[in-house]
Design a protein around this ligand. Sequence first.
Ligand code: GLN
Length: 397
Amino acid sequence: MNQSETQDFSKLPSLGTTIFTVMSKMAQEFDAINLSQGFPDFEPPEALIEAFRYRLSAGHHQYPPMHGIPALRTQIQKKVARYHQVFVDPETEVTITSGATEAIFVTVQALVRQGDEVVIFDPAFDAYAPAVTLAGGTAKHLPLTGTQFEIDVDALTRAVSPRTRLLIINSPHNPCGGLIAQAVLEHIADLADKHDFYVLSDEVYEHMVFDGQRHVSAIEIPALRKRTFMISSFGKTLHATGWKVAYCVAPPTLTVEFRKIHQFVTFTTHTPCQWAIADFLAKDGGHVEALPAFYEKKRDLFKALFEPLGFQLTLSQGTYFQLANYSAIPALRGLTDKDCANTLTQKFGVAAIPISVFYDRPPQDQRLIRFCFAKDDETLRQAARRLETRLNERRKL
Ligand code: GLN
């Protein structure tokens, strides 16, 4: 098909393959250390794997309930009560999904009608906007502003209207590592009440928050609780992104609509994985409480290793990502972020993600790439050594 035929045929003509797949594939081809796509290179907790082995041998091979096994939904109820002091009914308000990406897609399809507006903050995770387009809605992109990539509350106030059906927020933020403050959530609640829109709150990195800060969930704000689909993921929390087990918390009437779509997208989620996670959480070995310190140490190690190479790092307050400005590095400074990510992967042996792909309209000359620090300390050290050697070689040329 030529370009104009594609334009007519495709429902998403300007969309290619997701950057995460592109960069991970490139990393493999060029044998680069993969700090691009967000996933740990270390194992999930042994107790989780043991629970999985047990459940696999104990006959859990058939369809679970469409909305998830009761034992796991009950654990989510406990987790939400513990970390957010919010009561949710596991039967009518919690749905297990096959990854957060499914939950995002389902939420958007459940809510957005032809012509509805959906407000998205750029840079944004790449799954949001295509889901809106497929639902027949229009994405309205607002830039996050300042060095810490924050929501501009005035710009948001001006952008929303009765045409707004949904606002998508993400905290801790991928790729920028920012947190949404409680006061901003409260402002969003006022706007949502005024214009009667809903909120998709992507909180998959909720347990990776640093420097003694606390992640405030959108559902902690009573006025948002009744309008919010809160999405979180065991893939991130339990170092098991390939298990694809996530969940959506939403009030009963919204959950009814969510499940109408979920039942025909994936219907259910892998049975033994659900049991294993439920068993693991019921034992409560302290894994979740230990996560902030665990990842904060990795963030600090990354900083100690990569700043001396010339990268200027934005403060990462949460997630396992680090934004890096490369404009002070002579060998890289003239490159666009895509060329920089490609060069790093193909010639320097370390893969990263360019940031412009997360924008509808990328700012000119932004020199930012994203690294994932969910890696063994030795992997991070090896990546820094490799970059140092190759940057030095370049200097001598
Ligand atoms: N959330 C992961 C990241 O940002 C990638 C998820 C995916 O590849 N779909 O790197």
